[in-house]
Structure formats: C-alpha cells, structure tokens
Ligand binder design. Structure first.
Ligand SMILES: Nc1ncnc2c1ncn2[C@@H]1O[C@H](COP(=O)(O)OP(=O)(O)O)[C@@H](O)[C@H]1O
Ligand SMILES: CC(=O)OP(=O)(O)O
Ligand SMILES: [Mg+2]
Length: 439
C-alpha cells in the first residue's frame, strides 16, 4: 500500500484554528501497535484501535471510530506496514487524518534511561538516543524506534516522545539503587527506572483531585503533600507504585519491565540465582530472557496469559489456573504491605488498567487479607461497573456539618480508601505532547 505523506506543518501553526488541535498517539509494542486520535482539549478520543500479531502468522486490525468497530484479519509483516494500514483505515473509515488537524504525534517510549526524564521533541539525535537504550528494554524500545521512524516519514508534523520512565526519574536513591558493586552499576546504568509512569502519574493525580480524597484530607486537617497512595496498574504488564504527595517514592518495575508483580507472560520478582541455575542447566542467556519475559507469569503457570481466560479456567476447577491466581494475588498483597511500610501507612489504594479496572474478584482478592491495614471493599460498590473514578471501600454517612459534606459518604477518617480509577495513558501522552509543541 502506498500513501502520500501528510504535511500539517503549516496548518498546525495557524493559531486558533480548531482543526489543528488533535494529537495522534502511538504506542508501539513488541507485536502490536495501539493508536488513538485524541483531542487533548476535550479529552475526547476521536478514533483508535490496535494492530495485533505484527510479524506473526495472522495479523488483525481493530479500528474504532464514531462508536463503530471494524475488525480485519490481514498479514502485518512489520510496524511500518502496521502504521500504513492504520493510515489507510483512517482514510477509508474516517475520521480523515488529512482533515483531523493533527498538530503532533505523541509516541509512548518505554525506556528513557538516564537521558530522557521529560517529554522530548523528536529529532534524529533523540531517535539515536532511544536506539542506544535498546539493551535496557530489548522487548519495547526496538518497536518504539521503528514506530517513530515510520511515523516521521508519513506524518510531517512535530513528533514527541513521552517516556514510561519519566515519572520515576526522581525516585529516592534508597529506592532506585540496587545493592550491587557501585562501579559495575554505574558503568552499566543499572538502577531502578520504573515503568508505566504515565499511567501512575495520571492515576495518582486523578486520585489526589477526587472529591472523596479531598474530603478525607479536609476532615483530617491534612495537606495534599501528606497524601500516601499505592497505585496498582494491572494490565498485561503490571506494576505498583508508592506515591507521597504526588511524588513517587517506590515502584515495582526496575532496570527493565520484568521485575515486580506477576504479569501476563512475565515472572516478576524471582531469585537471580534461578537464572544461573538455568544457564548452568544448559539454557542460553537469550533463552532465559525469553522464558522470563514471554513464557512465564500467568501464561507459564496456567497456559493462558489473559486474565479473562484465567478466570474461566479457575471457574472450571483447573488446579494450575487456581495456583497461578493465588501466586498473582499473594504477590500483590506483599507489595501493598511493603508500600504501606515505605509510606508509613496508606490513605488510598487504587486499582487501574485492564485487570484493575474490570476484575472485581482480583480487587476483593487483594484487599481480603489486608484488613490489618484498614483496607476494605464494599461488595456492591466493587461489583458495580462504571467508567468513572470511584470509591469501592466501605463508607458510612458523613456527620451533619462535617467538612466531608456535601459528599454524603465518608469513611472513618483514619481508614484508607480503596478506589478504581480508569487510566488514560493516551490522553496523558496527548496532553504532554500538546503542551510541549505549544511551548
Ligand atoms: N472484564 C475483564 N475482566 C478481567 N480481566 C480483564 C477484563 N477486561 C480486560 N481484562 C484483562 O486486562 C488485561 C489487559 O489489560 P490492558 O491494560 O489492556 O493491557 P496492556 O495495555 O498492558 O496491553 C488482560 O489480562 C485482560 O484479560
Ligand atoms: C513497560 C510495560 O510493561 O509496558 P506494557 O505493559 O505495555 O508491556
Ligand atoms: Mg496499557
């Protein structure tokens, strides 16, 4: 398929033109390309979709616009072709990219290393910098580089890189330092970088602005700088963060997005000795890398990496699936407990991303067993589906005249809130992209 490059560079500079206000957000994964056309002003997603199984036998494209979804099965050999297909779908099914007034393209880049700690306007040097970081994120950064290169060829507008690691650039040294020989660590850039930062930042900010949280702080007479949050981003990749007054103080992913929680296909935490044991047993380093990143986690333990599939197996009485779920929940409870210690207590525990937003059994499963921290789940609130940020912990009516009014429900002041807050990495990337482009 051949497409004419779209040049919006002149239109994007025409101030006040409402048509020049959208951002195309691209999230290039190892075998997928997620995209969304976003109006950062209104927060509206005008269209979006996903190209899956890139480079595999049967590719698939899902494109959603104006409430309608189109699914097509077709071969997608690489990310370049994936983006060309996406641009063709916009042309064919709308909204037309040529008329959408794209002011910029925002790229999710997973690893920014120590070089990039803020959204960055992309030029050749930045592409080279992201490429240099491939050894630190071999599963993610190669796709990010390809996505950027192809998009720059096809869309002649400013391109901005928004890094997963940026939010965690200010982690305290005690949390970001591995207890290794300091010279080796410095030479190889070994430290905790943290990932999913765009999501942890978006969600923790939304929590801090939520009326129930503001009421809680008001009742306690405390300022926002004291707010102690734990955020659980549970998607295919999963990570936890501890956030104090808006600043991250710890996070579960490390040098790479492998450490921490049990994930769809990644092991999360394990004894580093296991790696040497497997290598001595005959596996190559690359084989162990693939094992831990792609064949472990829920998939490795149960045969399925998708939480919906896992829950079906558990319901059917499958013992391996039950154990996988128990390991997943056990790890989560350990992290919440650890972060309660890091923060000196928890004010709000928040669930987000595909599993966190949708699976009430996981939420109640985590909180069950953490009663000693004051954490609770109200069964009705937990099981009620909603796209809104909401409280799911047990609450009681506010005292008449209390500062918690007009919010009619408030938990005992000392009890933490448990919340579900939908993440929106695309909107956050679009806003950061627009802010940079508009200077
Ligand atoms: N209704 C649901 N119940 C349970 N799990 C769900 C539900 N919807 C989505 N998920 C799970 O969410 C995960 C994907 O989350 P998502 O945030 O989309 O991942 P990513 O962005 O990392 O690809 C999958 O494990 C999927 O099964
Ligand atoms: C960093 C990371 O794990 O990203 P994802 O969840 O998209 O794989
Ligand atoms: Mg995601």
């Amino acid at each position: 398929m051949t497409l004419t490059p779209i040049d919006h560079s002149l239109r994007s500079r025409s101030a006040g033109d409402p048509e020049t206000r959208t951002v195309l957000v691209l999230n290039s994964g190892s075998s997928s390309l997620k995209y969304q056309l976003v109006d950062p002003g209104s927060g509206e997603a005008l269209a979006g979709g996903i190209v899956e199984r890139i480079g595999e036998a049967g590719g698939r494209v899902k494109h959603e616009a104006k409430g309608e979804e189109v699914v097509r099965d077709l071969p997608v050999p690489d990310h370049g072709e994936a983006l060309r297909i996406v641009m063709g779908l916009f042309d064919e099914l709308g909204p037309s990219l040529a008329e959408a007034g794209i002011a910029a393209v925002g790229h999710r880049v997973v690893h920014g290393g120590e070089v990039f700690s803020a959204p960055t306007l992309i030029d050749d040097d930045v592409v080279a910098g992201v490429r240099d970081l491939i050894p630190l994120a071999p599963l993610h950064n190669p796709a990010n580089v390809t996505g950027i290169e192809v998009a720059r060829e096809l869309l002649h507008v400013p391109h901005v890189a928004v890094f997963d690691t940026a939010f965690f650039a200010t982690l305290p040294k005690a949390a970001s330092t591995y207890a290794l020989d300091r010279k080796v660590a410095a030479e190889h850039g070994v430290r905790r970088y943290g990932f999913h930062g765009t999501s942890h930042q978006f969600v923790s900010s939304a929590v801090a602005e939520h009326p129930a949280v503001l009421a809680k702080l008001a009742v306690a007479g405390r300022g926002p700088e004291t707010l102690r949050q734990v955020v659980l981003h549970l998607g295919n990749g999963a990570s936890a963060s501890a956030v104090l007054g808006g600043a991250p103080v710890d996070t579960s992913m490390g040098l790479t997005p492998l450490e921490g929680l049990v994930m769809g296909t990644r092991s999360g935490d394990l004894d580093a000795g296991i790696i040497f044991h497997l290598v001595r047993g005959g596996m190559s380093g690359d084989e162990v890398d693939t094992l831990l990143n792609k064949r472990s986690g829920l998939l490795g333990m149960s045969g399925v990496g998708d939480m919906r599939e896992l829950q079906k197996l558990v319901a059917s009485g499958d013992d391996d699936a039950r154990l996988a779920l128990d390991v997943y929940l056990h790890r989560l409870r350990k992290y919440v407990g650890a972060y309660a210690a890091v923060l000196g207590g928890i004010d709000v525990l928040t669930f987000t991303a595909g599993v966190g937003e949708n699976d009430h059994r996981i939420r109640s499963g985590v909180v069950r067993g953490l009663k000693f921290l004051g954490l609770t789940v109200d069964a009705v609130a937990n099981e009620t589906r909603s796209d809104e940020a909401r409280v799911i912990s047990v609450r009681k009516p506010a005292e008449p005249g209390s500062p918690a009014e007009p919010h009619s429900l408030v938990e005992p002041v000392e009890a933490p809130l448990v919340m579900v807050v939908p993440t929106n990495e695309e909107l956050a990337i679009a806003r950061q992209t627009m802010a940079l482009v508009e200077g």
